[in-house]
Write a protein that binds this ligand. Sequence first.
Ligand code: AMP
Ligand code: MG
Length: 355
Amino acid sequence: METQIVTITSSEPKESVDRKLMRAGEIIKRGGLVAFPTETVYGLGGDALNPEASGRIYAAKGRPSDNPLIVHIAEMEMLDRITRNISDKARRLADAFWPGPLTMIFDKSDIVPRQTTGGLDTIAVRMPSHSIALEFIRQSGGFVAAPSANISGRPSPTAAKYVIQDMNGRIDMIISADDIRTDAIGLESTIVDMTADIPTILRPGYITQEMISRRIGETDMDVTILSADSQQAPKAPGMKYRHYAPKGELVIVEGEPDKVVEYINEQTRIHRQNGERTGIIGTDRLISKYEADVVKNAGDKNDTSVIARRLYTFLREFDDEKVEYMYSEAFNGDGFGQAVMNRLLKAAGHKIIKV
Ligand code: AMP
Ligand code: MG
């Protein structure tokens, strides 16, 4: 399949942007697939009400078909058509955080095919805030099922070049708009299950538990987010898969700064003796002390938003730079930092060393 790559820039006239998005919408309406920018990561969109389109999304990603898709909408009225039993709490969260990086789980209505929901009777819904995403959804008929636009198991794409790397030849169109994503979040949305008695966070993200609880009172956190060795299956089926993973082996090193540097440099020397390449994710204060082949600076240890924005790019770059062993400093796991540590732990297959 030939993939059209369409670039949209911030200085482009509205008529030109609209023309491109109308073409993209037509592809979706006839069952095709289009990758598009959002404020979190790039999404891989198909018509959420068309079971064949959902099937194509799973095929293009190589995604297990029990891993449900998030349905993206652009207007609040659309929520009532695809869900049942919208609680007052859910409406309050939508008021507070939509459009934005929050996904809520509801009971699904009959118009939504089970192919889209991975066989479940519930449906995940989000209204993204990115202007291109919103207009693209409107042009597509209003309901776009979209997981992240990466091959299953690889880090979610934070730039168009990574979408092209994974999806070129597999889908109909890629909308490249890096220019209009400079303030992107870089990690996937927060998922909260609104069908539970106590709303439960299934995946941490930019919208934190504290922000949610402030609006609706008590919330729970899925146990599998909190503990690495939980024997329970996560409630978001997708969270059980090894995810966000680079090709090499990643280990998180936690401890006193000097000890962290000492340990990582020692490992680097051992790998070098074996002819293996090493990569590091470190922060400002320690970065000049590392001796590895490839060193990535995640910035200020306390500035979670910068680390979040760079994390997946680093993991992809390590692959391109043929790094076989990677070490990362641990980050502050409070607030939005919980999402950063959740993704980093998954990328590391939960390998964390305390020095
Ligand atoms: P992605 O769009 O690739 O970020 O993945 C979507 C995530 O949402 C996966 O972890 C899914 O398991 C989760 N998800 C989607 N729909 C549901 C649902 N109905 N119930 C629970 N989790 C869901
Ligand atoms: Mg994904």
